[in-house]
Write a protein that binds this ligand. Structure first.
Ligand code: TYD
Length: 148
């Protein structure tokens, strides 16, 4: 799959996939290492993480025009709701060696954070407010209707 060819106007929730990340087991614990364009399907420009998320909080609530992200539950668990304007899909993340690839043009909401959860996000671009679509109706208007 060529991730860079995904069109944000026609992308679907099924373009977002769970990726099993390599886990190196040692007697003293595990290591997961991600290299650009190897285990990671894109080149990383930014890493950020959500933590100390109060119980009942919701994060996300936006889409991106061009950004690819790999979302990982570093610790604990949370749900990611993916929405392409037609279909929705909820993915629960709860393992540090499973990543959810979220492609451009997908509305996402994160909730059900467990206590102490860490949401690690590896992103293909630097932070840019220009890349966000923060209004749901604006998002819907960017999507082509007949993507199925
Ligand atoms: P936002 O992406 O809206 O949060 P979330 O999707 O997790 O609910 O970002 C929240 C705030 O943090 C907003 O003011 C922008 C800022 N921010 C950065 O400065 N750099 C970043 O890389 C990110 C992701 C957010």
């Amino acid at each position: 799959m060529d991730f860079h060819k995904i069109n944000s106007e026609t992308s679907s929730i099924w373009d977002c996939e769970l990726i099993v990340l390599p886990q190196i087991n040692t007697q003293a614990g595990c290591i997961t290492a991600l290299n650009n364009e190897r285990e990671l399907p894109f080149s990383a420009r930014r890493i950020y993480y959500l933590y100390d998320v109060p119980s009942g909080s919701e994060r996300g609530g936006h889409a991106h025009k061009g950004l690819y992200q790999l979302i990982v539950a570093g610790t604990g668990s949370f749900d990611v709701q993916l929405d392409d304007g037609i279909m929705k899909r909820i993915v629960t993340l709860n393992r540090p060696n499973i990543g959810l690839l979220v492609v451009p043009g997908i509305w996402r909401e994160l909730n059900n954070f467990s206590s102490g959860a860490i949401c690690l996000v590896i992103a293909s671009q630097y932070y840019s407010e220009e890349d966000y679509i923060r209004g749901y109706s604006d998002f819907k208007s960017t999507k082509v209707d007949n993507i199925i």
